[in-house]
Ligand binder design. Structure first.
Ligand code: PEP
Ligand code: MN
Length: 342
């Protein structure tokens, strides 16, 4: 399990040193603290910058902890290399810029530092993969992907988890460990635990959790940082997952067969639904009707959400699913209508 813990930002030598002292025996892999803080708007606390490099070196020396910070340009990368950092992380705002990633990767060329690549703010998996590939191209061997959520604000969290994106990354790059940052996803200390547990149960390889000696006095992200006791509690109670066990349990095999059969039926039903939809397109074409009928779509949505409720399904899930089905249906109808116009 990869554990990256420490404050959002380094604020003073005492704050960094005391936080590290309190968590040094919790089995953490890397101690984190942001030195350069990218803020949405200028004027706020923008980090202690170079001043904090030696604070982290002291933590490494005195507590035998590996250290890491965020880098966003070649200068920061060089500072970390010169000061014996074991790892760096690339923030969400940097991952989305291939020019910068290329420059940073160039300045880390062939070093054996570990690079953690956070997902970009928007759910664009190609940008995330692309950043990882650029570091690989420059000979970086130890790469860790970090899921920190996406800035869509469509639920109770600060960032939307969209679990399907990190799971797709895991499918495509099974060779790279992937950890979850429940602090930036949740935005609130009391929600960190549920996201962390979800991640571990799902099969993530570790966690990055912001931890501060005194969160209420933190200069950045104060609402989401755990105090050192809360971190200890959380780590002690993490679900225990045996990654090598699972495949040859008979009961699981039978249930998976049921799932496969149901999936096949879903595909056949979808195919049948699309065929009917294409017949509808023919009728609309003959009668010069427009494809999208908002009243009809409203009725479909109401009926399926009602049905979902009666069948113990989350209405938001069913609605989202139907939006995708409907979009494909419109697409299919467009093909028919445009073809017959020729
Ligand atoms: C951070 O880890 O403190 C940070 C700024 O992260 P992100 O890039 O995910 O916002
Ligand atoms: Mn933060």
């Amino acid at each position: 399990m990869i554990l990256v813990c420490g404050p959002c930002s380094a604020e003073s030598f005492e704050q960094v040193y005391q936080t590290a002292q309190c968590i040094k025996d919790l089995g953490i892999t890397y101690f984190r603290a942001g030195l350069w803080k990218p803020r949405t708007r200028p004027g706020g606390f923008e980090g202690v910058k170079e001043q904090g490099l030696t604070w982290l070196s002291r933590v490494k020396k005195d507590f035998n902890l590996k250290i890491c910070t965020e880098i966003a340009n070649p200068y920061m990368a060089e500072q970390c290399l010169e000061n014996g950092f074991d790892a760096v992380w690339i923030g969400a705002r940097t991952t989305q810029n291939p020019f910068l990633i290329e420059d940073i990767a160039q300045s880390l060329d062939k070093s054996n530092i570990t690079v953690m690549v956070k997902n970009p703010l928007n759910p664009d998996i190609a940008l995330w993969l692309g950043a990882i590939e650029r570091f690989e191209k420059h000979g970086i061997k130890n790469i860790i992907a970090v899921h920190r959520g996406f800035s869509l604000s469509i639920n109770k969290y600060r960032q939307t988890p969209l679990w399907r994106i990190p799971l797709e990354l895991k499918r495509l790059r099974n060779d790279i460990p992937i950890i979850c940052d429940p602090s930036h996803i949740s935005g609130k200390a009391n929600l960190v635990r549920e996201i962390a547990f979800n991640a571990i149960s799902t099969g993530f390889d570790g966690l990055m959790i912001e931890t501060h000696i005194n969160p209420s006095a933190a200069l950045t992200d104060k609402d989401q940082q755990l105090n050192t006791n809360q971190l200890k509690q959380l780590l002690q109670n993490l679900p225990i997952i045996d990654k090598n066990k699972n495949e040859d349990i008979e009961e699981l095999g039978l249930l998976r067969k049921q799932i496969n059969d149901i999936d096949n039926s879903i595909i056949e039903f979808l195919s049948e639904r699309m065929a009917v939809s294409r017949k509808i397109a023919q009728v609309k074409k003959n009668k010069n009707l427009q494809i999208f009928q908002s009243k009809r779509w409203q009725e479909v949505l109401e009926s399926i959400t009602e049905n979902a409720k009666n069948n113990d399904l989350e209405t938001s899930f069913v609605k989202e699913l139907y939006e995708i089905i409907h979009q494909e249906s419109i697409q299919q109808q467009n093909i028919i209508i445009n073809k017959s116009k020729d």
